[in-house]
Design a protein around this ligand. Structure first.
Ligand SMILES: Cc1ncc(COP(=O)(O)O)c(C=O)c1O
Length: 442
């Protein structure tokens, strides 16, 4: 990244010293700190004192996403594929969106990008395709560590003759351990469905390692990346899975989602299109009717922003022109910032008698993202969260549709865990406010 000449400092929105840095390059081998004034300025809702710590439920939206949404609806709100100028422009905008999302995921081919309304809907759609090519005796592995969105659609395949095998999360840590999967795999394994990052634990699962195991027996790996994508650069080539899905509304965009599939896998799976659509027509055969044009185009605003982070608000590549290297370097800075947010909260929780951190106790960004969950023996999760509400801090309690994981861990699913899900636009000062609010409660 180009280093501007001369030192520049920023105090961000944190306490005066916490965010001080120079722009002369990485400090102590760490990525360049984020300019928090710039970051927060790009999210138009982040103007007041309210602390958004329920980002695992949904993140705030980026101004460049809103700009692209608005532009598309005002200028290009026409049907694609015609010869008049607005239709040509709209078609080109969609093509650029496919390309931009391919860069965001490091996909080889923009045709591997299938867009849809939500992760739940996309997983249901693709499980329907897998169901149509099942053979007697085929086995599907699902986990007890996943959100229901990546379990329910696969369980339905039992009705089509699939045998369901359960990969149980560890009852001590909640983690999906390789040793729990190995005995389940064999020649009958058709597909394994797992999460990249649990929406409760925040831990990062070794997807590449699991992909190798699953491919070793000839199966496919379908990964739910919803808990991972807001925090780290998704790299579908490095992960080696076959299907990968996440939602943009938790990744600073609108209520829209993407399913990536390896080109050969998507080519072979039956589509849900009309009879006139050929089975080679990927991704269209998985987007029956029309994909939502304006939302698809708007997600290019996420790329704009990752480019802006690199240029610190100066001019640089935008949208589909943002190179993959910038996606990666921006996410490295995001990851380092998130680690600094998670650390003090985890340290405070670790010091408390009667508090059980549900997930890794370390803030290490190679192991976890900044989703921190806990239970307290002193107070119910519900009572803790409602008391924190009064401080203008939005956190949340419950099972977050990962009730099977809480069952494994022996945690009451009705009350569930207290979850604080932080993203990079949150500040150390906000974490300090949360710690002060939790202090008398736990
Ligand atoms: C880990 C995880 N997977 C899947 C989903 C479902 O996503 P969507 O709401 O886009 O269907 C969620 C939503 O909270 C989630 O947290």
């Amino acid at each position: 990244m180009p280093a501007p000449s001369g030192p520049r400092t920023s105090s961000g929105t944190g306490s005066p010293t916490e965010f001080e840095y120079t722009l002369e390059g990485p400090v102590n081998g760490r990525p360049q700190p984020l300019d928090m004034d710039f970051v927060r300025g790009r999210f138009p809702s982040l103007t007041g004192p309210f602390v958004y710590f329920d980002n695992g439920g949904g993140s705030q939206i980026l101004q460049p996403v809103l700009d692209r949404l608005n532009h598309h609806l005002v200028r290009h709100n026409v049907q694609l594929g015609a010869t008049y100028p607005a239709s040509v422009a709209a078609s080109e905008a969609l093509d650029r969106a496919q390309q931009g999302v391919a860069t965001l995921l490091n996909a080889v081919d923009p045709d591997e990008i299938v867009m849809g309304p939500s992760t739940t809907a996309l997983l249901r759609m693709i499980s329907g395709s897998v169901g149509r090519v099942l053979e007697p005796g085929d086995e599907i592995v699902v986990t007890t560590g996943d959100h229901e969105a990546n379990i329910g659609p696969w369980l339905e395949l039992e009705r089509r003759g699939a045998r369901i095998r359960w990969w149980h999360a560890s009852p001590d840590s909640g983690e999906l351990e390789r040793s729990g999967l190995e005995p389940l795999l064999g020649p009958a394994t058709r597909l394994v469905a797992m999460t990249h990052t649990s929406n409760i634990l925040g831990s990062i699962n070794p997807v590449a390692e699991i992909a190798e195991l699953v491919h070793g027996v000839g199966g496919l790996l379908c990964v739910d990346g919803v808990g991972y994508a807001p925090h780290r650069a998704v790299d579908v080539q490095a992960l080696g899975a076959d299907l990968y899905v996440f939602s943009f509304y938790k990744t600073f965009g609108p209520h829209h989602a993407v399913l990536w599939g390896r080109r050969d896998v998507l080519g072979e799976l039956p589509g849900h299109g009309f009879e006139s659509i050929s089975e080679d027509d990927v991704p269209y055969k998985f987007q029956p009717g029309n994909v939502n044009y304006e939302l698809s185009v708007s997600v290019l605003g996420i790329l704009d922003y990752l480019g802006e982070l690199e240029s610190q608000g100066g001019t640089g590549p935008a949208g589909s022109e943002v190179p993959r290297s910038i996606v990666e370097s921006s996410y490295e800075r995001i990851a380092a910032h998130e680690e600094d947010l998670a650390r003090p909260l985890l340290e405070m929780l670790q010091d408390r008698e009667g508090v059980r951190i549900v997930g890794h106790t370390s803030a290490d960004r190679d192991q976890r993202v900044s989703i921190v969950s806990f239970v307290s023996s002193r107070r119910s999760s519900r009572d803790i969260v409602t008391a924190v509400d009064a401080h203008g801090i939005g956190i949340r309690y419950g099972h977050f549709y990962s009730a099977r994981l809480l069952d494994e861990l022996g945690i009451c699913t009705e009350d569930g865990v207290v979850r604080t899900s932080m993203v990079h636009y949150n500040t150390r000062a906000e974490v300090d406010r949360l710690i002060a609010a939790l202090d008398p409660l736990i």
